[in-house]
Design a protein around this ligand. Structure first.
Ligand code: KIV
Ligand code: NA
Length: 275
């Protein structure tokens, strides 16, 4: 069944946990759809996992559209959320609406996600007014890495924790339909989840959130450049892939691949006539 904003809202109300994964391509999206994943995030983490950047700063609206459209072709049931990349909404309310619109029209997203609290509430309001659902993102916000000074847990002091709660209330009041909490202490994320009526999706934010998200290469053990504390390894797909690549090379070297069943035939008579 198709997941909608209403589905997610009802899941929170009924205390059914929401399963979200990042995804960036058609074939993986199909697998996630078949596995029953509720919602997919086309994250700007594609800058790290798919494009090899050190951070998400260089990711463009075109990159997001390119990957989101592929995911949308593969995943029919999950609600598709697409990240607004760095400087596609911070610069102005106008930019925010135009770029959110492009992610919907060209990327076929069903919700857009942007990072920040009070400072982006005018953008959230304007995007929602354009009938585009918005997911907010608080705590560790990777697009602010140069201002934050490192990837670490957020909201540990009283001031920082209060600011997080205030920002969470502000994005809900501005019209956000969902909120991602990244690298936030479990008890704080639980309190925010209880305070808000919209669902929260945690990544490194403990079990009290309305749902969870992980970067799929992280949970599959395919991306080991940097593995945060909050990642659980659900399979060693990286090892499986590496072994298959190795075996492929070996079979080419020792000429066991391709075998007869992988090859096309032509009549000997035809071959015999050639000069
Ligand atoms: O880009 C991303 O993958 C994200 C998640 C980590 C929430 O924003
Ligand atoms: Na992101």
């Amino acid at each position: 069944m198709k997941t909608t904003v209403t589905t997610l809202q009802n899941m929170k109300a009924e205390n059914k946990k929401i399963a979200m994964l990042t995804c960036y391509d058609y074939s993986t999206a199909k697998l996630m759809d078949e596995a029953g994943v509720d919602t997919i995030l086309v994250g700007d983490s594609l800058g790290n996992t798919m494009l090899g950047y050190e951070d998400t700063i260089s990711v463009t609206v075109e990159d997001m559209i390119h990957h989101c459209a592929a995911v949308a072709r593969g995943a029919k049931n999950p609600l598709i959320v697409c990240d607004m990349p760095f400087m596609s909404y911070q610069s102005s309310v106008y930019d925010a609406v135009v770029n959110a619109g492009r992610l919907m029209k060209e990327g076929r997203a069903q919700m857009v996600k942007l990072e920040g609290g009070k400072e982006v509430c005018p953008q959230i309001e304007a995007i929602v007014k354009a009938s585009i659902p918005v997911c907010a993102h608080l705590g560790l916000t990777p697009q602010s890495i140069n201002a934050l000074g490192g990837y670490k847990v957020q909201g540990k002091t009283e001031d920082a924790a209060q600011k997080l709660i205030d920002d969470a209330r502000a994005v809900e009041a501005a019209g956000a339909s969902m909120l991602v909490l990244e690298c936030v202490p479990e008890k704080l994320a639980t309190k925010i989840t209880e305070e808000l009526s919209i669902p929260t999706i945690g990544i490194g934010a403990g079990a009290g959130c309305s749902g969870q998200v992980l970067v799929y290469q992280d949970m599959l053990g395919m991306f080991t450049d940097y593995v945060p504390k909050f990642v659980k390894n659900f399979a060693n797909v990286g090892e499986v892939m590496k072994n298959a690549f190795r075996q492929y090379k070996e079979e080419i070297n020792n000429q066991t691949f391709p075998a007869a069943e992988h090859s096309y035939k032509i009549d000997d008579e035809v071959i015999g006539k050639l000069y």
